[in-house]
Design a protein around this ligand. Structure first.
Ligand code: M6R
Length: 611
């Protein structure tokens, strides 16, 4: 959730660190800091709030800005101790020799703190991370790498670490257990980061650390050692994303840019994955033979937030298209509920980041129970993608905005492709396969048609922005779409929004309906649409303002609802995608009208790497 950048090389270290932190701003944070090495000491700058505050503070220190060599930086999302300058990273030991940035949670930090205090250490912050700096100092006998190796052995919990020392200019040490660290390999310079975004302007060659790894970086070398301190080879991967993909361009916000990218990102998700001869899908990352695929008796999908909602849409696809029983688990529950998983159960963890702690735990639990596991991730080389061993990448490009948009539609597209593959592997005939393949190929165009209506959606959203409570209702696969629409609205505009199955409204929530509770009704012309008309009437009868999402030309609904957003005619399989794009735009414009920080909503982080 926090962000790490580290550098060793000839450039201005401060520049690389500050630029890198800006590219991590999307992760969500409350404070930031950086440490560089000057000839005399470790020089640290910290600031509350945005990276621009840190930059302003850094510019006042000419020594800091002039430094070259090793440096580390961090954006913090508070876990232990309030957001404050003191609690911001990097943390130093009492001699000011060792600086540490840390992502994760040190579970035995109270024990460590009392041990270190008894040895004379003075803690200045309330953080668990500070203990690591003191511990390294305690373990230090002239060799920084050995000191970090000894220190991490005493840590319980999770960490992604970057460490520098004034005694070792040019040396940068990183370690990982449970919190991702990726190494960027340059020419005469090397980098570490918590994800690839800060590295893209400098290099595409990256190496992901595994749990227990420790990496030793100088400008000219990268060496990785495992828990036993034995040098190990880690694969060098090449990242296809270019730096521009992680820039806002002419858009006011990353979220808007990512909403508009969807025709293209969905096309990328589909590219090369439809087999027109078999009228099926080609998903080579799955690594399952047709026989293995045919032996799957059940699909269990695990994810959190938007990824879970995508899974709920997928549930309809697997049952409807492939005739396979499917269910969706909130990933955190998956582990603790001790689910029944058999060898012929296919578990599909879904995660944009590939780093969500609960989804990762679900992967481990499913593998432990002997299930077939195939991950749907966007970030290539992410922990979930690697641990699952097989899977399908989304190819949606970097998603920077905290609110997931393009990853969500690509997740649904991948689920539809997989259901087509599994359907054709079973009872779905070639003609029906061809029809679904056509529908998949039309998705980018459907999205384009919704984007063309952005001005209408904006107008409606601006009028509705004054309300504090919303209901989103839908049926069939538009039920999870309603949940996603409500999530989008609440996370970026801080408006109370609840997603409900339209039929469930009468079982309690209807008591709340009045002129202050607008209802967003997903009333596209797919199964359940007629019943939705009845539900809209019920809402209108209680004076609720209703915005209906309707199939273009559906006059019956248009007359019932106060406001209407037209969704192009499409099948029930395609419908969640154009519909959710309209809801993304609606949420976006409400948030803008309310003056909210669209890309970095309060209290949220892009990737939730703690439970
Ligand atoms: O990276 P993941 O897909 O695993 O993230 C899961 C959720 O944290 C994420 O979808 C979250 O709900 C987003 N803020 C939704 O916009």
């Amino acid at each position: 959730m926090c962000g790490i950048v580290g550098y060793t090389g000839p450039r201005s270290t401060a520049r690389v660190l500050l630029d890198g932190l800006k590219r991590l701003e999307y992760r969500g944070y409350d404070s930031a800091g950086a440490a560089v090495l000057t000839p005399e000491r470790v020089e640290v700058v910290k600031a509350l709030g945005k990276v621009r505050n840190l930059e302003a503070a850094a510019r006042k220190k000419s020594e800091f800005m002039a430094a070259t060599g090793a440096g580390i930086a961090h954006t913090r999302w508070a876990t232990h101790g309030a957001p404050s300058v003191i609690n911001a990273h990097p943390h130093l030991d009492n001699s000011g020799t060792f600086a540490v940035v840390h992502n994760g949670i040190i579970e035995n930090f109270r024990e460590l703190r009392s041990h270190l205090t008894s040895r004379g250490c003075k803690f200045v912050s309330e953080t668990d991370s500070e203990a690591i700096a003191h511990l390294i100092s305690e373990c230090y006998e002239g060799d920084l790498v050995q000191a970090v190796a000894a220190a991490v052995k005493r840590l319980h919990g999770t960490y992604g670490l970057g460490v520098i020392s004034s005694r070792h200019p040019g040396l940068l040490v990183a370690a990982r257990k449970g919190s991702p660290i990726v190494i960027g390999i340059g020419k005469g310079e090397n980098f570490i980061a918590s994800d690839v975004a800060p590295l893209l302007s400098y290099t595409r060659e990256v190496m992901y650390l595994d749990d227990g790894d420790l990496a030793v970086l100088t400008p000219d070398s990268v060496e990785v050692r495992n828990v036993e301190n034995v040098p190990v080879e880690r694969e060098v991967a090449r990242i296809d994303w270019d730096a521009d993909a992680a820039e806002k361009g002419n858009y006011a916000h990353f979220m808007l840019k990512e909403i508009y990218e969807q025709p293209e990102t969905i096309a990328n998700t589909i590219r090369g994955r439809i087999d027109r001869q078999l009228n099926s899908a080609v998903l080579s990352g799955l690594g399952l033979t047709p026989r293995e695929l045919a032996s799957v008796s059940r699909v269990v999908i695990a994810g959190c937030g938007s990824s879970m909602h995508a899974g709920m849409v997928g549930e309809y696809y697997f049952e409807d298209i492939a005739g396979i029983p499917a269910e969706v688990e909130q990933a955190a529950e998956f582990r603790y509920r001790n689910p029944i998983i058999e060898p012929d159960t296919l578990v599909l963890p879904i995660s944009q980041s590939g780093e969500t702690a609960d989804t990762l735990a679900a992967v481990r639990e499913a593998r432990n129970k002997g299930a077939l596991v195939a991950a749907l991730c966007n970030v290539v080389g992410s922990t979930i993608a690697r641990e699952a061993g097989r899977g399908i990448y989304l190819h949606a490009g970097p998603e920077i905005s905290v609110a997931s948009t393009k990853a969500f539609t690509s997740q649904i597209t991948v689920l539809l492709l997989l259901a087509l593959l599994m359907g054709r592997n079973r009872r779905l005939d070639s003609t029906d396969g061809a029809r679904i393949a056509d529908e998949i190929e039309q998705l980018p165009d459907l999205i384009r048609q919704v984007l063309d209506q952005a001005p209408v959606i904006e107008k409606i959203a601006r009028r509705y922005a004054r309300f504090e409570h919303f209901f989103f209702i839908g049926r069939g696969s538009l039920y999870p779409t309603a949940l996603e629409g409500a999530l989008k609205l609440k996370e970026i505009s801080y408006v109370h929004a609840e997603g409900y199955h339209a039929a469930e409204l009468k079982h309690g929530p209807i008591a709340l309906l009045d002129e202050n509770h607008p209802v967003i009704a997903l009333a596209n012309n797919i199964p359940g649409r007629d019943k939705m008309l009845g539900n809209i009437q019920e809402c209108r009868a209680r004076n609720s303002p209703v915005v209906a999402l309707v199939t273009a030309g559906d006059a019956a609904v248009r007359d019932l609802a106060g406001d209407v957003i037209q969704i192009p005619a499409c099948s029930r399989f395609a419908a969640p995608l154009p519909t959710v794009v309209a809801l993304q735009l609606f949420a976006y414009y409400v948030a803008v009208e309310r003056g909210c920080e669209v890309d970095q909503p309060r209290n949220l982080a892009k990737s939730v790497t703690v439970e």
